[in-house]
Design a protein around this ligand. Structure first.
Ligand SMILES: [Zn+2]
Ligand SMILES: [Zn+2]
Ligand SMILES: [Zn+2]
Ligand SMILES: [Zn+2]
Length: 308
């Protein structure tokens, strides 16, 4: 199967609001006006912003809204990201955002950052707990496996190989299987007289992803292993990818912190018809019938039942 196009753009600024701040310069009528900041009389030109009046110096020093990226005063439209940073709208197109958390990358907003060799922009926060060594990766994979098992999903195959790679590596391998955005599960089956005798699984996953994202992607790929082992071939994409994202959902639901909440929200609101809508359909199925029933359903059906 052809690799699926990435569902996240490279510049993945996480905008939660676009707000307008009105700033105008007015001239005070004689006498009556007082500064809303210092309380002193205003004479001559003053600043009016969102219904309040300021001396120009008071406004500039203490009241003006400043951009978290460049530090300059914001007048007019600005963006607020998931982490509460406020930006001039024009930075959206000119400054790279972190691939994982969506912060604009700069010393002020993201503790710096870097560009990986495969083109991913990653900020200082996400770099701080990025998974880059295979020992950590295996340990995290085993802990995710245990959590999935406790939730009822038993990925029996103990011999799942794990390889860290980059985007170019994923693209290179993806001719042999279905590639997700950040990982890929390769499946090799040897059969004699149409009886399967050996099943080999190898999960390829991007290096350098923050820990939460790594666990969510590995859960998704482990569910692919479960599907290869238990479900009929030719499962619809929405049912298989939706099911795999449900495994990610289980793991994110058990994780703590702002990044887990951010990823959970991305999963719940993903507009993609396969990864997003497919997941929400599986979620409805599981909340109606339970995990065991969903897994039993996957063993004998290739697509969603009516009503889901
Ligand atoms: Zn003042
Ligand atoms: Zn700015
Ligand atoms: Zn980041
Ligand atoms: Zn997948």
């Amino acid at each position: 199967m052809k690799p699926k196009a990435s569902t996240k753009p490279i510049f993945a600024l996480s905008i939660v609001a676009i707000i307008l701040v009105m700033v105008s310069i007015e001239t005070a009528p004689a006498g009556s006006l007082k500064c809303d900041l210092c309380g002193q009389d205003i004479t001559g030109q003053y600043i009016q912003s969102n219904g309040r009046n300021y001396h120009p110096e008071c406004y500039e020093k203490h009241a003006a809204l400043r951009c978290d990226y460049c530090g300059q005063i914001i007048k007019g439209q600005y963006l607020v990201d998931h982490w509460g940073n406020k930006y001039h709208k024009e930075h959206e197109r000119s400054v790279p955002a972190c691939q994982y958390c969506g912060r604009l990358i700069s010393d002020r907003t993201s503790r710096g950052g870097t560009i990986y060799g495969d083109g991913r922009h990653v900020c200082g926060y996400c770099l701080a707990d990025a998974v880059n060594d295979i020992t950590t990766a295996r340990r995290l994979m085993n802990s995710v496996k245990d959590k999935l098992k406790a939730a009822g999903i038993n990925v029996e195959n103990d011999a799942v190989k794990l390889t860290l790679t980059d985007r170019n590596g994923l693209r290179h391998i993806s001719w042999s299987g279905h590639a997700d955005e950040s990982g890929l599960t390769k499946y090799v089956e040897q059969t004699i007289d149409s009886v399967c005798i050996v099943r080999d699984f190898e999960i390829f996953i991007l290096h350098g992803m923050p820990r939460i994202v790594f666990t969510e992607v590995i859960a998704h790929e482990l569910m692919h292993v479960w599907l290869y082992t238990n479900a009929p071939k030719g499962l619809s994409l929405a049912l298989s990818e939706g099911s795999c994202n449900y495994a990610s959902f289980i793991i994110l639901n058990q994780s703590y912190g702002a990044m887990a909440e951010f990823e959970l929200n991305n999963l719940l609101t993903n507009p993609d018809p396969v990864y997003g809508e497919g997941f929400r359909r599986v979620k409805r199925l599981v909340s109606d019938k339970g995990v065991a029933c969903w897994l039993d359903y996957l063993k004998v059906h290739a697509d969603f039942a009516q009503g889901y």
